[in-house]
Structure formats: C-alpha cells, structure tokens
Design a protein around this ligand. Structure first.
Ligand code: FES
Length: 60
C-alpha cells in the first residue's frame, strides 16, 4: 500500500497521484475536492503541493 499522506482523511500517495494524472491542470483545490486530502488540519498541504510541483515539472 502506498504512503499515507493525509492522516485526517486517510488519503494515500497513490490516490493523490492518480487524481493529479486524471485532470488537465491539477490544483490544490481540485485535489481537496476530489480526495478530501488537506481539508481538515492542513498539515498535509505541503506534501500535496510537493506532488503538484513534481507533476508540473513533468509538463515543462
Ligand atoms: S493530515 Fe491532511 S488534513 Fe490533516
């Protein structure tokens, strides 16, 4: 099982990556709406943003 990123909502790394890959321009808001990650304590938001940055650098 992939790494747990959002402890509050039980969202794992794989779910975040799949969500980022399945939308044209993933943003923090989209991730929050689709997975629920980062909508509670916000402690995982830095990790989510790191995934988004990795994804952006793939496009450039
Ligand atoms: S760990 Fe993600 S909102 Fe708390």
């Amino acid at each position: 099982m992939s790494k747990l990123i959002c402890l509050c909502n039980g969202v794992r790394e794989k779910e975040l990556i799949d969500t980022i890959n399945n939308v044209d321009m993933a943003t923090l808001e989209i991730i929050q709406n689709k997975t629920g990650a980062g909508t509670n304590c916000g402690r995982c938001i830095n990790s989510i943003e790191a995934f988004l940055e990795k994804q952006e650098s793939k496009h450039n």
